[in-house]
Ligand binder design. Structure first.
Ligand code: NDP
Length: 395
C-alpha cells in the first residue's frame, strides 16, 4: 500500500501534487487535503483534465492532530507530505507518530509567537519516530532541501574535506507589482527583517538585518546585490558536513523591495504580536498578508529566472578545490508546466522527489533525518529528470 496524503493546497502543493501524478508509478492513491477544500478541488480538476488521473480531496484543519489522524486512517496513507505552513509541522508529525506513517516536509518549525526558525522541535521527535518504525524527512524543498543535497553531494563525491560553504539564492523574477512576496509574506518578511547569522569556527555570529552584502555574478542572471541572512539549512549542515570552518547564506533583493520592507517595518506592519483596533485584536503582519497579492497569483505575471546554488571550498587529493553547484529555473517555463512560478516549482519538485525516494525505498531509516544524511546521488539524478537540472562549475 503506497497511498500518499498531501496537506496544504498552496503554490508548493500545486507543483508537488502535479509532479507526484507525473510519477504515478511510484505512488498508489493520492489525497490532497487542506483547510479550504475548494483549493484542493481546483488542483484536482486541473490534474483530471491534464493527465486523466483522479486524485482525492479532503478538508482538514491540521492544527488538530486528531483530524489528521482520522484522515491518515481514512486514506490508508503510508506517508504524509506536509506543505502547509511550518507551524503546523508538529501536529502533523504527531499524527504520523500515532499512526506509524512516514513524514516529509519542506521547512522547519517556526513558533507562531517568536520569529525564529529551528529544527529543535522536529529533531526532538526522532526517538518517537524510531519507536514507531517510521522515517521523517525534514526540509525537502530547495533551500532547505536541494542546497543540503548539493552540499552532501560535494562531501560524498567531490571533496575529501569541505571548509567553506556559501549558499547563494537569487530570484531575479519580476512580477510587475510595486511590492509583493514570492511566498507566504509572513515567512518571507520575518526572514528578511530578522538579524542575520552565520557560523564560523564552531560558533554562530549574529549580524544586524542585511548588514553584510556582496555582489555575485549569477550564471544566466547577472550581477546582483546579495545579503547575508540566517537560513534554516545551515542549522543541520553544521552538524553533518565534517571539518566545516564557515557557512553563510546570501539572498538577492532589489532596492525597491528593501525600501518597501523598511517602511513597513518602521510603521509596525511586520509586528507579530496582537494589537487592538476598535476592540478587535489583529496581528499586523497577518493584516499585511491579506493586503498583499496572493503569492499563488504571481505565477502568470512573473518573468525572469531564479539561480540557487552553493559555492563550496575544500580539499581534494591534497589540493585546494572550489566548485559552484547551481540550478537555474525560468518562471514562465515553470508556469507553463504547472501553473505556478519558480519559487513554488523549485520547492514542490524536491518535495515530490524526497517523497518518491521514500516510496521507492531508496531512502530508508527510522527516526528524523535531514536530506544530507542520505546518499545524495539518487536525489541529484532525480533533479536532472524532474525539471531542476544542475551544473557543477570549477572556480
Ligand atoms: P501557501 O501559504 O501558499 O500554502 C499553504 C497551504 O497550507 C494553504 O493551502 C493553506 O490553506 C494550508 N494550511 C495552512 N494552515 C493549515 C491548517 N491548519 N490545516 C490545513 N491546511 C493549512 O504556502 P506555500 O505553498 O508557498 O509553501 C508551503 C510550505 O513550503 C511552507 O511551509 C513554506 O514555508 C515552505 N517553503 C519552503 C521553501 C524551501 O525552499 N524549502 C520555499 C518556499 C516555501 P489556507 O489557504 O486555508 O490558508
Amino acid at each position: 500500500m503506497k497511498n500518499l496524503l498531501i496537506i496544504g493546497a498552496g503554490g508548493v502543493s500545486r507543483v508537488a501534487t502535479k509532479k507526484c501524478v507525473m510519477n504515478i508509478n511510484s505512488f498508489g492513491s493520492i489525497t490532497l487535503a487542506s483547510r479550504n477544500i475548494n483549493k484542493c478541488k481546483i488542483i484536482a480538476n486541473e490534474i483530471q483534465k491534464e493527465f486523466g488521473i483522479k486524485i482525492n480531496t479532503a478538508q482538514v484543519d491540521a492544527d488538530h492532530t486528531s483530524e489528521v489522524i482520522k484522515l491518515i486512517k481514512d486514506t490508508k496513507a503510508s506517508a504524509v507530505l506536509n506543505v502547509a505552513l511550518p507551524y503546523q509541522d508538529l501536529s502533523i508529525m504527531d499524527a504520523c507518530i500515532a499512526t506509524k506513517t512516514h513524514y516529509i516536509d519542506t521547512a522547519n518549525y517556526e513558533h507562531p509567537d517568536t520569529a525564529k526558525f529551528e529544527y529543535k522541535e522536529q529533531w526532538a521527535r526522532s526517538e518517537e519516530f524510531k519507536d514507531a518504525g517510521i522515517l521523517g524527512l525534514l526540509g525537502s524543498g530547495f533551500d532547505p532541501g536541494v542546497t543540503n543535497i548539493f552540499c552532501a553531494y560535494a562531501q560524498q563525491y567531490l571533496f575529501d574535506s569541505i571548509e567553506y560553504i556559501d549558499i547563494l539564492d537569487c530570484n531575479a523574477g519580476d512580477h510587475g507589482y510595486a511590492f509583493a512576496t514570492n511566498f507566504n509574506p509572513e515567512i518571507n518578511l520575518r526572514e528578511v527583517s530578522s538579524n542575520g547569522r552565520y557560523w564560523e569556527d564552531g560558533k554562530w555570529i549574529e549580524t544586524k538585518p542585511l548588514e553584510i552584502s556582496m555582489e555575485w555574478d549569477y550564471p544566466e542572471v547577472g550581477v546582483k546585490d546579495s545579503y547575508l541572512l540566517y537560513h534554516e539549512e545551515m542549522e543541520s549542515l553544521v552538524k553533518h558536513i565534517k571539518g566545516l570552518k564557515r557557512i553563510r547564506f546570501f539572498m538577492t533583493f532589489g532596492q525597491s523591495y528593501l525600501t518597501h520592507m523598511k517602511c513597513l517595518e518602521n510603521v509596525g506592519m511586520l509586528r507579530i504580536d496582537e494589537v487592538e483596533v476598535d476592540g478587535k485584536k489583529i496581528v499586523p503582519i497577518k493584516l499585511l498578508k491579506e493586503l498583499l497579492p496572493d503569492p499563488a497569483s504571481l505565477g502568470e505575471r512573473t518573468v525572469g529566472k531564479t539561480n540557487i546554488g552553493c559555492v563550496i571550498e575544500g580539499i581534494k587529493d591534497g589540493k585546494p578545490k572550489k566548485v559552484y553547484i547551481y540550478n537555474v529555473c525560468d518562471h514562465q517555463e515553470c508556469f507553463k508546466e504547472t501553473g505556478a512560478q519558480a519559487v513554488s516549482y523549485t520547492t514542490g519538485v524536491p518535495a515530490m522527489i524526497g517523497t518518491k525516494l521514500i516510496f521507492d525505498e531508496l531512502y530508508k531509516g527510522k527516526g528524523v533525518f535531514n536530506l544530507e544524511e542520505f546518499d545524495a546521488k539518487p536525489f541529484m539524478d532525480e533533479l536532472m529528470v524532474q525539471g531542476l537540472p544542475w551544473k557543477v562549475k570549477e572556480l
